[in-house]
Design a protein around this ligand. Sequence first.
Ligand code: ADP
Ligand code: MG
Length: 483
Amino acid sequence: MAQLATGRTGEWEIVIGMEVHAQVIANSKLFSGSATAFGGEANNQVSFVDAAMPGMLPVLNRKCVEQAIRTGLGLNAVINNRSIFARKNYFYADLPQGYQISQYEHPIVGKGVIEIDLEDGTTKEIGITRLHLEQDAGKSMHDQHPTKSYVDLNRSGCALMEIVSEPDIRGADEAVAYLAKLRMILQYLGTCNGNMEEGSMRADVNVSVRKPGDELGTRAEIKNVNSLKAVQMAIDYEVSRQIELIEDGGAVDQETRLWDPAKGVTRSMRSKEDAHDYRYFPDPDLLPLEVANDWIEEVRGTLPELPDQKKHRFMKDYGLSLYDSSVLIAERERADYFETAAKGRDAKLTANWVINELLGILNKNDKDLSESPIAAEQLGGMIALISDDTISGKIAKDVFAIMYETGKDAAAIVEEKGLKQVTDTGAIEKIVDEVIAENPDNVAAYKSGKDKLFGFFVGQVMKKMQGKANPEAVNKLLKDKLS
Ligand code: ADP
Ligand code: MG
């Protein structure tokens, strides 16, 4: 279902295509041996190649190429056996070479497709146009000195993958779903960490509107949208702006706009008239890149199970809902945690505890799953105690809280605090009789039709037994005795 926007003149269709820059996970840069770690002291990870000293020659990093192939395969895309590095010429202080080495007409990865999950539970395919390898630029810093700008070249020459989508995305929700799924795939593959705050993954969003059924409208490209929230807001703003503009008799300029998160608006950065002419040409320092099929197949053999495969397997093998599966596969580590905890145990119950209790409390304490004081095997141990009736679900919440505090095993806590559930019907019956004897008025009221009082009796029995009575046994005995 396409998402439509409404203007004065009726409905408009939103058309979006995305260009995502993803920083490749590799120890060294695309064409030099310098380190790529984030956050190092400025200009400490810069070789002569990265600083563009005269006469320096680029040497292609095999690892980066492998990561691009791996990503291409994860995007169900064609891997091209031959691709060409080209110089994209422009001048900027953070680009000492005066050009960026990129790929232009012949990228390493061609057409592919990814599946996105929509809110209504359906899925949709978004076409991938291409993926190419290129160098990142350095970083200009304008806020370090009142009158000077500084340049940090640590990022200069790091490998980027530019992943371009077809204009198949309809609306902000689909754009967010696309980015989220793309990020997930890259993280599963281990080819990009997907960290948008650190700028390891950056999105340019191309937006246009048209009357349903019309030809594609003129697009504006929005740069600098660096979170899922910003993507949502920038698109909403841009769509309204374009509709208003056209409905007032104007026309959308094909231009580059910047998202201003502080003001919540997009504004023009450069228009078509001063659009760059990059004068691309094949880099004479680099041979065409030849990738043999053997290598592609070798990489294919090392691909992990990807998010969509995992999602479908969780639904099929564990009987989980689409929602639960989607939550669990959102991070590879989370899916692994669940599978370890659920091994040999009630999978649906385990999914509930992971999603509702564990993720809930971690989120409340601003912690990552990797920092969880409860290991997967420990949570599984607690689930086993619920399943074999050693503890009730209610007591389990207390046990869980203590596990979270102390990191101890559930069994040890149950032993230590004497939380073992009482299933001995004789012992429960004794208490049930006591409660009935102590509350003759309520018994009479219940028998004359005040059904709601049943909960009162359950509560009294539980209170006398410190919550440890088996709830089913309590219910059954009370029903028998009160009828
Ligand atoms: P360029 O090379 O100038 O950036 P491309 O043709 O490669 O242009 O397109 C860049 C991005 O813009 C792609 O993601 C593409 O899907 C998207 N795009 C192209 N036309 C439109 C349009 N009319 N509306 C929205 N997005 C579009
Ligand atoms: Mg572009």
